[in-house]
Design a protein around this ligand. Structure first.
Ligand code: SF4
Length: 429
């Protein structure tokens, strides 16, 4: 058993308190459980307990064995002098503060419901990737929906924090942050890393100076990406010529990438990185204030229109340089646009909500996700197999949050679904 379980038992007071006494035989009444402390120091603060006839206000420290107090050197640690009750699974020895005074102890071994202990062990040792899979069908839908709502918010807050870190690194520049996220977003799954690298290789300050010309935007992107070193036709030669001038002007050559950094393998031509770069160039030329547009846009279809800027005439007939094609599927498709809404617009909205302390931006992010579709993936399919129906990207993102923050690290004791299961108040089959 882990100490976490005893914390959970104390926090929810799930133990038998009939004739509760200390190991010395004095009666104990819990008047206030206290606040769980995850920092250094005792486990629960601001606890109020009555031991015998005296009320004590202070902290509670929890251990599996009372002797852990000594093992952890708490008897030398002044932070633990405020402990008024030692709560243990097994009271194998008496413990004292730094001044030698005895700390009252309560032993829980015979007071925790056996079924709860068994369920906890079952969840902890389950071989399934979702440890509560065997309980899942019997947990009420309302509990699952509530928990999914919580994990969606927690996931968005985490994504927002990541964006705020980037925002800080970029000198508190929202447009630069949006540019970095957009580049990463255009890499989708396969070319995310090179697109991220490209954003670093082509400073947003240079991009800003050439956003009025689609030709120069393509020059800068394709040049820094390493696609203009060996021109394959007249158009790429003209871009290469312009790149020679611009790269010298802005001293860009040192950060320039090579063609081999890009992945073309097992990809439909419409998803080639060359096509994505052409789409990105079109978007950057069409939207001068990308961040403001993202924050001000409301409907998913308006976001789709924002991402789907028309590419140049050359890229309407090419998937790569030098190979003309009859097919013209070079416009960013619906699912690509939705992907950018989920991975660029939503995290930016979450970050802006946290930065400005305006919840309406977080609500907007949630509303957007509720209106957008997202294909299931390896993780979300596990919940679908258990009967969870994902109707929108919001449901998918909630399931991803549940998996990453709770199920994968087996955080069942912090999960509303786990709590329902632990309390055994679900109908039995
Ligand atoms: S964290 Fe919650 S949903 Fe995940 S396995 Fe545990 S109880 Fe189930």
């Amino acid at each position: 058993m882990k100490e976490d379980f005893l914390h959970y038992i104390w926090q929810h007071q799930y133990f038998d308190k009939t004739n509760l006494t200390t190991t010395e035989g004095e009666s104990v009444q819990v008047l206030r459980v206290g606040m769980h402390n995850t920092d250094a120091g005792p486990d629960f603060r601001e606890t109020l307990v009555k031991v015998g006839e005296v009320e004590w206000s202070g902290s509670v420290e929890i251990h599996r064995k009372a002797s852990d107090w000594r093992r952890h050197q708490h008897h030398f640690d002044f932070k633990y002098n405020q402990v008024v009750l030692h709560v243990v699974w097994e009271a194998d020895e008496a413990v004292r503060r730094t001044d030698g005074s005895l700390i009252p102890a309560v032993e829980l071994k015979s007071r925790i419901p056996h079924a709860m202990l068994q369920t906890y062990e079952q969840l902890r040792r389950a071989p399934d990737t979702i440890p509560c899979a065997s309980f899942w069908p019997r947990v009420p839908d309302i509990t699952k929906t509530m928990m999914m709502g919580r994990t969606l918010t927690e996931r968005l807050e985490l994504k927002g924090e990541e964006v705020l870190q980037l925002f800080n690194q970029l000198g508190n520049d929202w447009e630069a942050t949006a540019y970095q996220l957009l580049c990463k977003g255009f890499g989708f799954k396969i070319n995310q890393e090179p697109f991220e690298r490209l954003a670093g290789a082509l400073p947003v300050q240079v991009v800003r100076k050439h956003q009025t010309s689609l030709f120069q935007m393509e020059t800068l992107l394709f040049g820094q990406a390493g696609f203009l070193n060996d021109p394959a036709d007249e158009y790429s030669a003209s871009l290469a010529k312009e790149y020679t001038y611009l790269s010298r002007k802005y001293k860009l050559q040192e950060q320039a990438m090579q063609r081999h950094h890009w992945n073309f393998l097992r990809m439909r031509p419409a998803n080639f990185p060359t096509v994505r770069l052409a789409q990105l160039a079109a978007l950057l030329t069409q939207q001068k204030s990308l961040f403001s547009r993202i924050i001000d846009t409301d409907e998913p279809k308006h976001y789709d229109a924002l991402w789907q800027a028309p590419v140049s005439a050359y890229w309407q007939k090419h998937y790569t340089f030098g190979a003309e094609s009859k097919a013209t599927q070079v416009q960013l498709g619906k699912s690509g646009a939705q992907n950018l809404t989920i991975n660029v617009a939503v995290p930016l909205l979450a970050a802006y909500a946290s930065y400005t302390q305006q919840l309406r931006y977080l609500d907007k992010a949630v509303n957007l996700l509720e209106k957008v579709k997202e294909a299931s993936n390896k993780v979300t399919r596990q919940y679908e197999e258990l009967g969870w129906k994902a109707a929108s990207a919001a449901d998918n993102q909630a399931a991803l949050g549940l998996y990453k923050l709770y199920c994968q690290p087996v955080n069942c004791l912090r999960c509303a679904i786990g709590n329902k299961i632990m309390k055994q108040d679900i109908p039995t089959t």
